[in-house]
Design a protein around this ligand. Structure first.
Ligand code: SF4
Length: 60
Protein backbone atom coordinates (compact mmCIF):
# COMPACT_ATOMS: atom_id res chain seq x y z
CA UNK A 1 0.00 0.00 0.00
CA UNK A 2 1.46 3.31 -1.03
CA UNK A 3 1.78 6.06 1.55
CA UNK A 4 0.00 9.32 0.96
CA UNK A 5 1.51 12.73 1.09
CA UNK A 6 -0.31 16.00 1.56
CA UNK A 7 -0.31 18.26 -1.47
CA UNK A 8 -0.30 21.68 0.15
CA UNK A 9 -1.31 23.23 -3.17
CA UNK A 10 -4.66 21.43 -3.27
CA UNK A 11 -7.01 22.09 -0.38
CA UNK A 12 -10.06 19.81 -0.29
CA UNK A 13 -12.68 18.87 2.30
CA UNK A 14 -14.23 15.94 0.45
CA UNK A 15 -13.50 13.19 2.96
CA UNK A 16 -15.55 10.72 0.95
CA UNK A 17 -12.87 10.75 -1.75
CA UNK A 18 -10.10 8.18 -1.34
CA UNK A 19 -7.53 10.79 -2.37
CA UNK A 20 -8.44 13.07 0.53
CA UNK A 21 -6.04 13.19 3.46
CA UNK A 22 -9.00 13.30 5.91
CA UNK A 23 -6.77 14.12 8.90
CA UNK A 24 -6.27 17.47 7.21
CA UNK A 25 -8.27 19.21 4.48
CA UNK A 26 -5.89 18.47 1.64
CA UNK A 27 -5.73 16.27 -1.44
CA UNK A 28 -2.90 13.75 -1.72
CA UNK A 29 -2.65 13.66 -5.50
CA UNK A 30 0.13 15.45 -7.31
CA UNK A 31 -2.41 17.10 -9.57
CA UNK A 32 -6.16 16.88 -10.15
CA UNK A 33 -8.50 17.36 -13.05
CA UNK A 34 -11.33 19.87 -12.66
CA UNK A 35 -14.29 20.13 -14.99
CA UNK A 36 -17.89 21.25 -15.11
CA UNK A 37 -21.27 19.65 -15.59
CA UNK A 38 -22.82 22.90 -16.81
CA UNK A 39 -22.95 24.43 -20.26
CA UNK A 40 -22.11 27.85 -18.85
CA UNK A 41 -20.60 27.60 -15.35
CA UNK A 42 -21.18 30.72 -13.23
CA UNK A 43 -20.53 29.71 -9.61
CA UNK A 44 -18.13 27.31 -7.84
CA UNK A 45 -20.96 24.78 -7.47
CA UNK A 46 -20.94 24.33 -11.23
CA UNK A 47 -17.48 22.78 -11.15
CA UNK A 48 -16.42 19.25 -10.30
CA UNK A 49 -13.25 17.46 -9.30
CA UNK A 50 -12.99 14.81 -11.99
CA UNK A 51 -10.24 13.06 -10.03
CA UNK A 52 -12.74 12.10 -7.30
CA UNK A 53 -12.84 8.40 -6.46
CA UNK A 54 -15.32 7.11 -3.90
CA UNK A 55 -13.50 5.98 -0.77
CA UNK A 56 -15.33 2.70 -0.14
CA UNK A 57 -13.46 -0.27 -1.50
CA UNK A 58 -10.64 1.65 -3.09
CA UNK A 59 -7.16 2.69 -2.14
CA UNK A 60 -7.31 2.26 1.59
S1 SF4 B 1 -9.19 14.01 -5.96
FE1 SF4 B 1 -10.48 15.85 -5.89
S2 SF4 B 1 -12.15 15.35 -4.49
FE2 SF4 B 1 -10.52 13.85 -4.16
S3 SF4 B 1 -9.33 14.68 -2.45
FE3 SF4 B 1 -8.36 15.36 -4.38
S4 SF4 B 1 -9.25 17.36 -4.80
FE4 SF4 B 1 -10.56 16.35 -3.30
Amino acid sequence: MESKHKNENIRCTVAQCCHNMVTEDFCTLGCISVGTHEANPTVPECTDCNSFVKRTGCCE
